[in-house]
Design a protein around this ligand. Structure first.
Ligand SMILES: [Cu+2]
Length: 706
């Protein structure tokens, strides 16, 4: 029996386990909207019963037993911060250092703006490891990996990105379109899956497609040559214009051998203070790069101005990534229950077995310390006893849902986590009626999402684990089992986190616009996620992924098709997004945040914003498809131009589950309003991000607001 059994009366647990069944509201226990903090991950952990609890207990006991050994074995394994420098500079050496399992978690290096400007040179590298996997990394010139970019609202970011990628197709095919350039790997949308056979035979080939002597340099803003070695950057969550050199992913493609490409934009003055992140966004080729480690955090400073109780707290940035299994053929740990036979989905990942155990689809790492299957040796985090800290966690996984919990003591009691921000936005921001802190005991995070929360360190000698509990991703989803991430070791001499929030708090200015939840939408649009076999008669054929505006014909994303949706800047719309597939999807849109209004048809009116939201899977039995209703905010002057929305499971987005929206200026108003929210001067010339020659917009299917 578990010493700390799941609480069957917990409305959060019940709601999250209920697919196809509306959530039961329990205002007696929490504010009506409160359970939604956890609903992003449709969590079955608490619903899988005694077996799971029993085995989770065994697993944790085993982990606790490991801790003493892990603590002393890691000190020698973490390299000095600059070690990657020489490796990066030496040809044939791996520039993308990874600590061994069980290492101490070190924080990414902070790069802070000075006098309103942050300048940096970043290079993206990749390297094939001995096991055939390919690591990717963002490096500063001194070898620092994936720095955290810290800027204040109004600051200017000047980031020069150099592409040093080699053509190293993944041996484990994680992207349907992933194939070596030598075999025609330049982007061809809607292509059938290219599988392991072609990938296995490829050789590393440095490419420099554009370097033809005597020819003018290629225009990196031209929307051409989206290839496995192309790169660009998406600044996930920022309300920065979708223009080349700013936050455009449709037209921007940088190639190896080209001069560094300059990103240059201001953090908008009204950008919510919180956690954002950067990663490449070359359609069709995102998965290998992000799975390989190409991601980093970006912080808009000043969260203590929105949540004054945070003033002076130490803060930790934790980037949780997924990676191909380090031990793919290992049997599950003996402490686990017997699980059904391993089933591999068409992406080559372990499919959800519904037990909460067994082989995961991917391993996880925490600040690059891997926590591999099957024994999940936890990474080590040193902390002062009882110290309150702000943890800023990004789920930078390609397909893995997280359901974070902090368990203390021999009874593994879930600790209270004080959530202050979701997806970079403080809960109590922009006129939101939310209280500034919501106390929960677990936090669901779909790929791409972030949570910022206050924790208190354990007492000295108290076993303490950061875990992710299993997430029920649906019959067609990945296996995301229960597992540890890190062990917290409390001692008075533990080093303090590198960063600390300001002690002096200047309150943020009042919002200029009404709270989004109080604005009447101008229309309602209906969209849906769906999947189809490439060859319906062949169950082993590749899956094609779609996100479709209701009434249009499902087709995998192709930027040449032009926008699927045209909206007007300054307006607010409601989008109802259904999931007609049997696995979870995570809806994400660039350039704006939204409010979750309805969940499975029932009003929840979350009084906070998101930019990524889980959409529950269809169980095959319910009378209607699961859905979310989102209030989309096109009011910001920067939310204009052509950009994308997509599932943030990158295998799905790469496989076609992406759509395009164009936001036009209001009728009678001149274009080029973007940038109004940024300080004048030092701006990059605007470019129209709309693909040239795009087809006319598809028919809009709108329905009146009820
Ligand atoms: Cu998806």
């Amino acid at each position: 029996m578990p010493e700390q059994p799941p609480d069957p009366a917990d409305p959060l647990a019940e709601r999250e386990a209920a697919h196809g069944r509306p959530p039961r509201m329990q205002p007696r226990l929490r504010p009506r909207w409160a359970p939604t903090l956890g609903l992003t991950a449709s969590v079955a952990a608490l619903g899988i019963g005694l077996l799971a609890g029993w085995s989770l207990h065994l697993r944790m006991a085993q982990l606790i037993a490991l801790l003493a050994g892990a603590e002393c074995s890691v000190a020698a394994s973490a390299p000095p911060a600059g070690q990657a420098l020489s490796a990066a500079a030496a040809p044939g050496h791996d520039p993308c250092f990874r600590p061994p399992p069980g290492s101490t978690v070190t924080e990414p290096r902070d790069l802070r703006s000075r006098h309103g400007v942050l300048r940096l040179d970043l290079t993206i590298h990749n390297y094939r490891e001995a096991d055939g996997s390919v690591r990717y990394c963002y490096l500063l010139d001194d070898g620092t990996e994936s720095p955290t970019l810290r800027l204040h609202p109004g600051d200017l970011l000047v980031l020069r990105l150099k592409d040093d990628l080699l053509d190293l197709p993944p041996i484990h095919p994680t992207s349907p379109q992933a194939m070596p350039m030598a075999q025609g790997g330049a982007m061809s949308m809607g292509q059938p899956a290219q599988l392991a056979q072609s990938a296995q035979s490829a050789q590393p080939v440095a490419v420099s497609l554009h370097l033809t002597p005597g020819h003018a340099p290629r225009d990196p803003c031209g929307g051409e040559l989206m290839t496995p070695v192309s790169t660009n950057l998406h600044f996930h969550g920022l309300t920065v214009p979708a223009r080349c050199h700013e936050d455009d992913v449709l037209m921007t493609s940088i190639l190896p051998g080209e001069p560094p490409f300059e990103y240059r934009f201001h953090i908008p003055l009204n950008e919510p203070p919180g956690l954002y992140w950067y990663h490449p966004h070359i359609h069709g080729y995102d998965t290998p790069a992000v799975l390989g480690g190409a991601s980093g955090a970006l912080i808009v400073e000043g969260i203590e101005r929105a949540v004054p109780m945070l003033a002076g707290l130490p803060e930790r940035v934790l980037v949780i990534r997924d990676l191909d299994l380090l031990n793919p053929n290992a049997p599950p740990s003996k402490s686990e229950p017997v699980v059904p036979k391993l089933y591999i989905d068409r992406d080559g990942d372990a499919a959800n077995n519904g037990t909460g155990f067994g082989t995961p689809a991917k391993d996880l790492s925490i600040n690059f310390v891997p926590v591999p299957y099957p024994n999940y040796p936890p990474a080590i985090m040193r902390i002062r006893p009882g110290e309150r800290e702000l943890w800023r966690v990004v789920n930078a996984s390609t397909v893995t849902y997280l359901n974070l919990a902090l368990l203390y003591g021999r009874r593994f009691v879930p600790q209270r986590l004080g959530v202050v921000a979701i997806d970079g936005v403080p809960l109590h921001f922009g006129g939101s009626p939310a209280p500034p802190v919501e106390w929960v005991d677990h936090i669901g995070l779909p790929p791409g999402a972030r949570a910022e929360f206050v924790i208190s360190g354990p007492a000295r000698g108290t076993p303490a684990l950061l875990v992710t509990r299993t997430v029920d991703t649906g019959q067609g989803g990945e296996n995301d089992p229960n597992r540890a991430l890190a062990s917290l070791i409390a001692s008075a001499d533990a080093p303090e986190p590198a960063a600390r929030l300001a002690r002096e708090v200047r309150p943020l200015p009042r919002p200029r616009l009404p709270w989004l939840g109080d604005v009447q939408p101008v229309r309602v649009r209906h969209l849906y996620f769906s999947e189809k076999l490439l060859n319906p008669k062949d169950p082993n054929s590749a899956t094609v992924f779609y996100i479709t505006v209701d009434g249009q014909t499902p087709r995998p994303f192709d930027p040449k098709n032009g926008p699927d949706i045209i909206a007007t800047q300054g307006t607010v719309e409601d989008w109802i997004i259904e999931n007609r597939s049997n696995e979870l999807h995570a809806f994400h849109i660039h350039q704006l945040h939204f409010e979750l209004v309805d969940w499975m048809g029932l009003p929840v009116h979350e009084p906070f914003l998101r930019d990524t939201v889980n959409v529950p899977y269809y169980n095959g039995h319910a009378l209607s498809y699961p859905s979310v209703r989102l209030r989309m905010d096109f009011r910001d002057p920067n939310t204009i131009g052509t950009f994308v929305y997509h599932c943030h499971l990158m295998e799905h987005a790469d496989g076609g589950m992406m759509g395009m929206i164009r936001v036009d200026p209001p009728p009678g108003r001149a274009a080029a309003r973007a940038g109004d929210a940024t300080p004048a001067g030092d701006a990059t010339p605007a470019g129209d991000a709309t693909p040239a020659g795009g087809a006319p917009p598809a028919r809009e299917t709108t329905r009146p607001v009820r």
